[in-house]
Write a protein that binds this ligand. Structure first.
Ligand code: PEP
Length: 252
């Protein structure tokens, strides 16, 4: 049995006051939540603030990106060791916004994945197809290519200790969610793909769905056998919605 995980990706939103208000409401709404790992990924400048709020709390801290280099002349960048130092447990790698807006290739994503893992962070590898790719029937090929890039370079066991998030690009921030059947079909494909490399790993690796998950569609998505939780963007900025999504994962 895989413990459900729900991760909130705040993207480039928030400020000191808003973060404090959001966290206070969220942490009180999440009291008594059981058997769900919850994490929030604030923008990098607020990691220390959020870490302070999460002290002695089971909600984990994550970051939205990292640089693959250890240290040195990389102006504006943040290393895996720095994230670890600030108390992060998770880091997103290969989010579609990073891939499409900042040109992160499969090779770059693999390097970031490796750096995160070497520093003891759990990389959340985001994969997913665009609408055009889905309409061409290429969903599985795209997802397999994104997974293969990491496995070819780092080996299948590198995924151990990580998380995979299937996020169809056409569903991210659009209000259009994959139906539970559509999401389950791709999750089942990912599980089978992993099992072809390592059945034990496939059985224990958490597979999250992301793409316009809301309080009113989360339960149906999380009820699917291969969906082990969610990566939540917009709805993670509302404490009530995010807490309700976390509760939907509790009863999966
Ligand atoms: C995301 O940012 O990973 C995401 C899934 O966003 P949203 O929930 O807003 O679609």
């Amino acid at each position: 049995m895989i413990q459900p995980i729900v991760i909130g990706n705040w993207k480039m939103n928030g400020n000191l006051l808003a973060n404090e208000t959001l966290l206070e409401a969220l942490l009180s709404s999440l009291e008594k939540l059981e058997d769900v790992q919850v994490a929030v990924c604030p923008p990098l400048p607020y990691l220390a603030q959020v870490a302070q709020h999460l002290k002695d709390n089971p909600v984990a801290l994550g970051a939205q990106t990292l640089n693959e280099h250890e240290a040195g002349a990389h102006t504006g960048e943040v290393s895996a060791a720095m994230l670890k130092d600030l108390g992060c447990q998770y880091v997103l790698v290969g989010h579609s916004e990073r891939r499409s807006l900042y040109g992160e290739s499969d090779i770059a994503v693999t390097a970031k994945f490796a750096a995160a893992q070497a520093a003891g962070l759990a990389p959340v590898l985001c994969v997913g197809e665009t609408l055009a790719e889905r309409n061409c029937g290429d969903t599985e090929a795209v997802v397999a290519r994104q997974l293969q890039a990491v496995v070819d370079t780092l080996g299948i066991e590198a995924l151990s200790g990580g998380v995979i998030a299937y996020e169809p690009v056409w569903a991210i921030g659009t209000g259009e969610t994959a139906t539970p059947d559509q999401a389950q079909a791709v999750h089942a494909f990912i599980r089978e793909w992993l099992a072809r490399h390592s059945a034990p790993l496939a059985a224990r690796l958490p597979l999250l769905y992301g793409g316009s998950v809301k309080a009113d569609n989360a339960a149906a998505l999380f009820a699917q056998p291969d969906i082990d939780g969610g990566l939540i963007g917009g709805a993670s900025l509302s404490p009530n919605s995010f807490a309700n999504i976390c509760r939907a994962a509790e009863h999966r």
